[in-house]
Design a binder for this molecule. Structure first.
Ligand code: HDE
Length: 739
């Protein structure tokens, strides 16, 4: 073997002494060069047409030259070191081994639940309203605390789709000055089970069947319904899942709940019990089941994309954190509702939610793995002023989260990962272990000690230590049992159902009919139908009819309950910020009207997406953001048809649009489909006069479908139709579930 081989054309040759001389640019002292903006670097325009603000200096590893993991510069990372060009690869190729071996270990175990998620950075600003009930510094007036939020689905694996019918995780990490507080909640205020010891059971039942590992990210299968029909305490959470809450429009339009009752401690040591609520400024909003199915196919990453796009566009999502406050007495009950039972809510009409502060998400993660994947929440991360209660579900969680990270993040030092590092000073005596990255000094990591000057000391009471609230313990015997006050399993499921509007109730009935229709076992369907009878007899009858089954006797007589209108998502009005408006144009749109429309939609804080026959310039400097091929109705909250839409372009569809042309073929079928879906999903449809014939041809007419004279009037019409989220009157209902 000789080093005199001629170089292969187009590839670097063998390393020669001349090449090893540092050039001026390659000198270790030379400033690191970054690509000029016009060089191929990070994308500076996002798919929504926004500037990404990507900093070329911050891309990749930050330097100009590729190196090994130990920092030696590499000349060739494309060819392995071989004994001859067609010979075997040499074991001595340390770069090959390092590159492949690191790659082999790139994946870590996904979360056992909540594997699929999306994260964002933000800030929480206190209102100062909690002064009397909690000493926690983060609630102080105008105090700003950095946060990281991770939203997630529960059942699906990391690569599953966002619009699964499922509960959503809503986990917030507050990096407070006094330590990290994690409020690890969901988008539903109740849980399937009352005792942590049942968690592996419910998760095993809800996850894919162990033999075939299907279905993925779905509750519509026998083992899930077997479990929930055998555990009547799951009925309340299950009806939330079957409602529109199970398929949110966006992470931005979800409420969040701490579920358990927590305890707050004031500066004077007094305590109250609270339930935490997150209220989205954009309102709580969902999609229809058909939209969810279309989205899962058209854009399975929809929620992740929507969150990132909104933040990038400057439409920062906001939630108010609030609490329902209860007296911390011995009973820990409110009007017959056991506050320690995580399957119960307390209606907001009885105990209003009082706002404590505002959370604004204002930055996307720069690296999914380092931040969103490696973030580790733990309900046991508490700060002075916030403490736990005896809720038996919460008690088990206080163990589980710490434990699971040891496997998932490879050892006990996951708190040292950048995203998990507290922003408060850490001075613990935890030492060594896998992936220890701190270089601890001193010789006495124990206390008391004399060798390290006694340091660190325990914190005296006036220096704000975390103090467990000295809550009284009910005397009793040691037993595996449940309190009688945990035994009402149906009344609140009924309360929820009766609080919904007619349209929402129809959706619930359809969801149960679909899910039970996917179960094969008749006994499971029958058992669940009997439980539905205990929730509402009309609901049971409608689902039974859909399944072609007799209505069984209800498990028990439906309870007498007072509805809580706050639980319905229908009937309120919400701001338009960050909502997406599709603007459909043909080849010859009026540039002036289009400009007025785009500017007007922008001016109202919404995101206009121009949908044209092809990509590229449309008119007056406006560029298409979607084409007839790439646009999907499901990403739009409303649509404006701004110009005539041509028939299908033969070349794009591979069809001869003229052959056998009927009326519908006069409009490109992709636009016809988009408009018909918008109509079926009860979204606002507006046309300028030039676009009106398109509505006629596609049969899109009726409530919330309007033709207007110009761009400005179209914006005014959108402002009128969109605050209610949907044109609710357009949803078809049977009338059988109405009040
Ligand atoms: Fe979790 N849960 N959970 N959970 N949970 C996890 O922790 C667990 C429960 C919630 O984005 C795991 O780091 C038990 C209720 C969210 O990283 C695990 C019980 C609520 C997330 C775990 C519950 C939640 C998790 C899996 C019954 C709403 C995602 C990976 C006692 C209040 C956090 C991980 C993220 C994640 C255990 C019940 C919310 C295994 C034992 C109730 C939002 O530790």
């Amino acid at each position: 073997m000789t080093s005199k081989q001629p170089p292969i054309p187009g590839t670097p040759g063998p390393v020669t002494p001349e090449l090893m001389e540092p050039t001026a640019q390659a000198s270790p002292d030379a400033p690191v060069a970054v690509p000029a903006p016009d060089q191929k670097g990070p994308a500076t325009v996002s798919p929504t047409g926004q500037a990404t603000g990507a900093d070329p200096a911050a891309v990749a590893q930050g330097g100009q030259f590729l190196t090994t993991a130990h920092g030696a510069r590499l000349q060739d990372s494309d060819h392995s070191l071989k004994a001859g060009r067609r010979g075997p690869t040499l074991l001595q190729d340390h770069h090959l081994r390092e590159k492949i071996s690191h790659f082999d270990h790139e994946r870590i175990p996904e979360r056992v639940v909540h594997a699929r998620g999306a994260g964002a950075h933000g800030v929480f600003r206190g209102y100062g309203t909690a002064a009397k009930i909690s000493q926690a510094g983060l609630f102080a007036k105008d105090k700003e605390t950095e946060v990281f939020v991770r939203f997630s689905t529960v059942l699906g694996s990391r690569g599953s789709s966002d619009l699964a019918r499922d509960t959503r995780g809503f986990a917030v990490k507050f990096y407070t000055d006094e330590g990290t507080w994690d409020l690890v909640g969901n988008n539903m205020p109740v849980f399937f089970i009352q005792d942590a010891i049942k968690f592996p059971d419910v998760v095993h039942a809800a996850k894919p069947h162990p033999d075939r590992e299907i279905p993925q990210a779905q509750s519509a299968h026998d083992t899930f319904w077997d479990f929930v029909s055998l555990h009547t305490e799951a009925q309340h959470h299950t009806i939330w899942n079957m409602s529109d809450r199970g398929i949110p429009r966006s992470y931005r339009t979800m409420e969040g709940f701490g579920i358990h009752t927590f305890r707050l401690i004031a500066a004077d040591g007094s305590t109250v019990l609270v339930k935490f609520h997150w209220k989205p400024k954009l309102g709580a909003h969902s999609v229809t089941w058909e939209e969810a199915l279309i989205t899962n196919g058209a854009d399975p990453d929809y929620h992740r994309r929507d969150l990132a796009d909104a933040i990038e566009a400057g439409a920062f999502p906001e939630w108010e954190l609030g609490v329902q406050v209860f007296e911390d007495n011995e009973e820990q009950m409110f009007e017959g509702i056991d506050l320690l039972d995580p399957t119960k809510i307390v209606p907001e009409e009885l105990v209003p939610v009082q706002p404590l502060g505002l959370m604004t998400l204002n930055a996307n993660p720069s690296n999914y793995f380092a931040e969103t994947e490696q973030v580790a929440f733990n309900p046991a991360n508490l700060v002075p002023g916030i403490d736990v209660t005896n809720d038996p579900l919460l008690q088990g969680r206080l163990f589980s989260y710490l434990d699971t990270q040891i496997t998932r993040l490879g050892g006990p030092n996951w708190t040292q990962l950048p995203i998990n590092r507290p922003h408060a000073a850490v001075n613990d005596m935890l030492r060594d272990g896998m992936h220890q990255s701190a270089v601890h000094r001193g010789v006495a990591p124990y206390r008391p000690n004399t060798l390290d000057g006694g340091l660190p000391f325990e914190t005296p009471a006036d220096e704000r230590p975390f103090i467990d609230a000295p809550a009284p313990i009910e005397a009793g015997v040691k037993e595996r049992a449940v309190a009688a006050s945990f035994e009402d399993h149906f009344s609140q499921a009924r309360l929820f159902f009766l609080s919904l509007s007619e349209v929402e109730r129809e959706h619930v009935a359809q969801a149960y009919t679909f899910e039970l229709g996917k179960c094969y076992e008749q006994t499971i369907r029958e058992r669940q139908l009997a439980h539905l009878g205990a929730i509402d007899e009309r609901l049971a009858a409608q689902v039974a009819a859909g399944l072609g089954m007799e209505v069984p006797a209800p498990t028990q007589a439906p309870a007498d309950v007072t509805p809580s209108p706050a639980l319905s998502q229908v009937g309120k009005e919400w701001p338009l910020d960050g909502r997406q408006v599709g603007i459909v144009v043909g080849a010859d749109v009026d540039a002036k009207e289009l400009d007025a429309l785009v500017q007007g939609v922008h001016g109202e804080g919404m995101t206009p997406l121009v949908i044209a026959p092809t990509g590229g310039p449309v008119a007056g400097g406006i560029v298409a953001q979607r084409t007839y091929l790439t646009a999907a109705s499901v990403e739009l909250d409303a649509v404006v048809v701004a110009g005539p839409v041509p028939p299908a372009a033969d070349a794009q569809l591979g069809l001869d649009a003229k052959a056998g042309a009927d009326d519908a073929a006069q409009v490109d079928p992709r636009v016809a489909k988009l408009l018909q879906e918008m109509w079926r999903h009860s979204k606002a449809v507006v046309a300028l006069e030039a676009g009106a014939p398109v509505l006629e041809t596609t049969g899109v007419a009726g409530k919330g479908v309007e033709t207007v004279a110009d761009g400005a009037s179209a914006v005014a019409k959108l402002q009128e139709l969109m605050p209610a989220h949907r044109v609710w009157d357009r949803f078809p209902t049977t009338g059988r579930l109405a009040d």
